[in-house]
Design a protein around this ligand. Structure first.
Ligand code: ZN
Length: 498
C-alpha cells in the first residue's frame, strides 16, 4: 500500500503564517497516520515562486524574483520543521527538475490538441494572477478577495480548452461523489462547472518570470498550471536517482477553500488533457479566523504560531487547530481559547491521566504493569476505537477522529474515579482487582497515546517510551493486545502549566 499526500505549495510573496501551518499540519497528521499503518508514504509540501505577484513583490523590494524566492523559501521550510512536519520532499517551482517536467506535460497537452492561440480580454486581478469572470466580480469591477479595482486587459495567449472538458468534469463529479470533500465544497465546484466553463489562458506574454512555453518561448506558462503540476513533477525527482511516480500517484490533496476552483475544476481537466490519472481525493478546509481577539495572559491578543510553539510546543498547536475548529469549516480561534484547551484538555485531562497512571503503577506495583485482564466494562469502551479512528482518517475527518480519541481520554479519567485504585491499594483482598484496574489503565493509556501519535508526535513519543511501548504501529493499537510485565520509565510532565 502507498499513500501520497500534498499541501498546496505556498506563494512566496509574503511570510509564512498560521494559515500555511494549518494545511501543513493537516497533511502531516495524515502522513504520520498512514505510516503508522505500515504504508509507504510520500508527503509533499513546498513553495510556488513564479508569476506576476512574485515579480511585483520583488520589484517593490528592489530584488530579483529569484532572490525573493531564495529568501522566502527557507522561511517556509523552517515553518515546516517548527511544526514538526515529516515531509519527504520540499518542492520549489524554480527547481530545474520541476520546470523541465512542466514543459514536457504542457507540450503533451498541446500535442493532444487541447491548446490554441487567441486573444484574451477581461478583468484581471494582478494579485490573484487571474482573470475574473463577470459572475466573480465584486462591486464596481473589483476583486472580491483583494478588494482592489481591476483593469480591463487584452493580450495574446495560448488557451487551454477547458470548456471542452465540461461534460467529462460533470461525469467525474457524478461518478465519484467523494472526489471533492466536504460535500458543500463539492457542490460549490460542481455548480461552478454547471454555470458553463470558459477556456482559460495557459500562458502570459507580458511576463518573463516563469516556465517558458516550449513551442513559443516568448510566453511563460500561466503560474497556476505551473504550480498545480508540482504535485506530479515532484515524484519524478524528489527522491534522488529514482522516479516514484508509478509508486505514489495518484495523490490525496489537502487545500484551503480559496483555491478550490483551480484544484477542483482546472486541475482534473488539465490532467485529463495530459492523459494522467486523476487525484484520489481532495479535502478542502476552511479558514482559522482570529475573531474577537480575546486577550490571554501569556500570549497577548494574537495567536502567533512561533510564540505558541516557543512557549507550549508544536504538539499543543497541532492539537488546538483541529480541536477548536471542525476541519473543513471556518472557525474562530483565539489565544484565550488556546490556553483554555491547553490547561483543561492537554494538561488536566490527558497529561494528568498519564501522570496518575504511571505514578499509581509506581506506587502500588513497583513500577511494573501488572499482568491480567482488563475489566469488561472498560475493554468494551476501548475496543473498536482504532477502527473508528482509521475510518475517519481515511476521509481526512481530523476533528471527528480527534474527538473519538478524546472520548477515550475522558473515559479513562472517569474509570480512575470509579475504581479509586488508592482505596483498592489499602485492601489486601482487592489485590487482583487492583491488578486488573492498573492493567486496564496502562493499556488504555497506551492505545489512546498510540492513536494520538499522528497529532502530537513529540509528547506521545515520550509517553510511549515511558510505557515501554515500542514503535507506534497501528497493528499494536488493539486494547488488551499487549500483556503486562513492562517496567515503567520516568516521564517529565507532558504539558506543564505555564
Ligand atoms: Zn484578487
Amino acid at each position: 500500500m502507498s499513500f501520497y499526500v500534498t499541501t498546496p505549495i505556498y506563494y512566496v510573496n509574503g511570510e509564512p503564517h498560521l494559515g500555511h501551518a494549518y494545511s501543513t499540519i493537516a497533511a502531516d497528521i495524515l502522513a504520520r497516520h498512514h505510516r503508522q499503518r505500515g504504508e509507504d508514504v510520500f508527503f509533499l509540501t513546498g513553495t510556488d515562486e513564479h508569476g506576476e505577484p512574485v515579480a511585483q513583490q520583488a520589484e517593490a523590494e528592489g530584488v530579483t524574483p529569484r532572490e525573493l524566492g531564495d529568501r522566502l523559501a527557507p522561511r517556509f521550510k523552517e515553518m515546516a520543521a517548527k511544526i514538526n512536519a515529516s515531509n519527504d520532499f520540499f518542492i520549489r517551482t524554480t527547481d530545474e527538475g520541476h520546470m523541465k517536467r512542466v514543459q514536457e506535460i504542457v507540450q503533451r497537452v498541446y500535442d493532444n490538441g487541447h491548446v490554441y492561440e487567441g486573444m484574451y480580454e477581461g478583468w484581471y486581478c494582478p494579485r490573484c494572477a487571474d482573470f475574473k469572470t463577470e459572475s466573480e466580480l465584486g462591486p464596481n469591477n473589483t476583486c472580491p478577495i483583494h478588494q482592489i479595482p481591476l483593469t480591463r486587459e487584452k493580450q495574446k495567449n495560448w488557451f487551454f480548452k477547458l470548456s471542452s472538458f465540461q461534460p467529462a468534469l460533470e461525469r467525474l463529479y457524478e461518478e465519484r461523489p467523494d472526489f471533492v470533500v466536504p460535500d458543500f465544497r463539492r457542490n460549490e465546484a460542481l455548480s461552478f462547472i454547471k454555470q458553463g466553463l470558459q477556456d482559460v489562458s495557459l500562458s502570459r506574454p507580458t511576463l518573463k518570470w516563469g516556465v517558458p512555453v516550449p513551442w513559443d518561448t516568448d510566453q511563460v506558462i500561466y503560474v497556476w498550471f505551473d504550480a498545480l503540476l508540482n504535485y506530479y513533477t515532484a515524484l519524478g525527482y524528489g527522491i534522488e536517482g529514482e522516479d516514484v511516480t508509478e509508486k505514489f500517484w495518484p495523490p490525496f490533496h489537502i487545500l484551503a477553500k480559496d483555491i478550490l476552483k483551480f484544484h477542483a475544476v482546472y486541475w482534473p481537466a488539465f490532467l485529463m488533457a495530459a492523459d494522467i490519472e486523476l487525484p484520489k481525493r481532495m479535502f478542502i478546509h476552511g479558514f482559522l479566523l482570529m475573531g474577537g481577539h480575546k486577550m490571554s495572559k501569556s500570549l497577548g491578543n494574537v495567536l502567533d504560531p512561533d510564540e505558541v510553539i516557543a512557549k507550549f510546543g508544536a504538539d499543543a498547536l497541532r492539537f488546538y487547530c483541529f480541536r477548536e475548529v471542525s476541519f473543513g469549516q471556518d472557525g474562530q480561534i483565539s489565544p484565550a481559547g488556546f490556553e483554555s484547551r491547553y490547561e483543561t484538555e492537554l494538561a488536566d485531562q490527558y497529561g494528568n491521566l498519564a501522570n496518575r497512571v504511571l505514578s499509581m503503577i509506581g506506587r502500588y506495583r513497583d513500577g511494573v504493569v501488572p499482568e491480567g485482564d482488563a475489566e469488561a466494562g472498560l475493554a468494551g469502551d476501548l475496543e473498536g476505537a482504532p477502527d473508528r479512528v482509521r475510518a475517519l482518517l481515511d476521509d481526512a475527518e481530523l476533528t471527528q477522529a480527534l474527538e473519538e480519541i478524546w472520548k477515550l481520554v475522558r473515559r479513562l479519567n472517569q474509570y480512575v474515579e470509579e475504581t479509586k485504585p488508592w482505596e483498592l491499594s489499602k485492601d489486601d483482598a482487592a489485590a487482583d482487582r487492583l491488578d486488573s484496574v492498573l492493567y486496564g489503565l496502562a493499556e488504555g493509556l497506551r492505545v489512546t497515546t498510540l492513536l494520538l501519535h499522528a497529532y502530537m508526535p513529540e509528547t506521545t513519543g515520550r509517553l510511549l517510551k515511558a510505557l515501554q511501548a515500542d514503535g507506534a504501529s497501528f497493528d499494536n493499537a488493539g486494547f488488551g493486545s499487549r500483556p503486562g510485565g513492562q517496567q515503567i520509565g520516568a516521564l517529565e510532565p507532558l504539558f506543564p502549566k505555564r
